[in-house]
Design a protein around this ligand. Structure first.
Ligand code: PAF
Length: 280
């Protein structure tokens, strides 16, 4: 595996792969890699001749300086995992390399970015669009891979791709979970032992809520039940729980209003913010 830190070398290495007629898959990450990221790499490997993984904690998508400061950084371990997973290129730029000038672009991300994460974290999705569009322009991959834990992010990236007219296929990949149901996240390492024991109840409650829907509960009833059940744990506080239409991320009022309802949740355990979702 080549470890590349400059844009110039990245472009040269990717051009060399393309000159050999190889298709290229890109997996953008912020590092602190776990099995969820590796599942994206495996998917990229099976669909492309070569795989590029970027490892970059993107400051422009953090609206909270403490979150940026405490975001886990584990470069050595990340490189080992990527090498073992058969990655061709790990691109690990500095902030100055990625943003030689401040990025002042404002993307018209529309309604998909206005709700949930977009409402709670002002500027977050614009920052995601900035960094992902830069990576897309540098690598120009055939396909790019994103995990469904960040369900709304995938819709936002699809919107950015449409705006910028990138000829890139966006591949969304299922959530990877611990055996107790907790969605894998780089932030899980920040949970205390006790918070870690409580956290799987997020997925347990979401899963049980599907049973409630099947038993005839209304969307409003399911929504309140999820929020109350999670808030019943003194360690957890729901920031939002919305049931949205997967097609446009807009909240729905009744089950009949959309064909693909998805429940998206954010929960605080102390100062650790976890997100998860479930398809109904
Ligand atoms: O999902 C992430 O880890 C980040 O938002 C991404 C897509 C790598 C952009 O920094």
């Amino acid at each position: 595996m080549k470890i590349i830190r400059t844009v110039k070398e990245l472009k040269e290495a990717v051009n060399a792969l393309k000159a050999e007629g190889k298709s290229v898959g890109l997996v953008p990450t912020m590092g602190a890699l776990h099995d969820g990221h590796i599942s994206l790499v495996e998917r990229a490997r099976s669909g492309n001749d070569a795989v590029v993984v970027s490892v970059f904690v993107n400051p422009t998508q953090f609206n909270n300086p403490d979150d940026l400061r405490t975001y886990p950084r584990t470069e050595e371990a990340d490189c080992r995992r990527l090498d073992e997973a058969g990655v061709d290129i790990a691109f690990i730029p500095t902030v100055e390399e990625m943003y030689p000038e401040p990025d002042t672009r404002q993307f018209d991300l529309g309604a998909v970015a206005a709700v949930m994460e977009g409402a709670m974290r002002p500027g977050h999705f614009n920052g995601v669009a900035q960094v992902v569009s830069r990576l897309f322009a540098m690598v120009n991959p055939d396909r790019a891979y994103f995990g469904e834990k960040d369900f709304q992010q995938i819709a936002v990236i699809r919107r950015m791709v449409e705006l910028e007219k990138f000829p890139i296929e966006i591949v969304s990949c299922p959530i990877k979970r611990e055996s107790d149901g907790l969605a894998l996240s780089s932030r899980n390492v920040r949970l205390s032992a006790h918070q870690r024991e409580v956290a799987p109840n997020i997925h347990r409650v979401l899963k049980e809520s599907v049973g409630r829907k099947l038993a005839g509960a209304s969307l409003e009833e399911v929504k309140h039940w999820v929020i109350d059940s999670i808030n019943a744990y003194p360690e957890m506080e729901v920031e939002y729980y919305e049931i949205v239409n997967a097609a446009d991320m807009q909240p729905v009022a009744e089950w009949g209003d959309c064909s693909e309802p998805v429940g998206c949740i954010t929960v605080y355990l102390g100062d650790v913010r976890l997100i998860d979702n479930i398809k109904y």
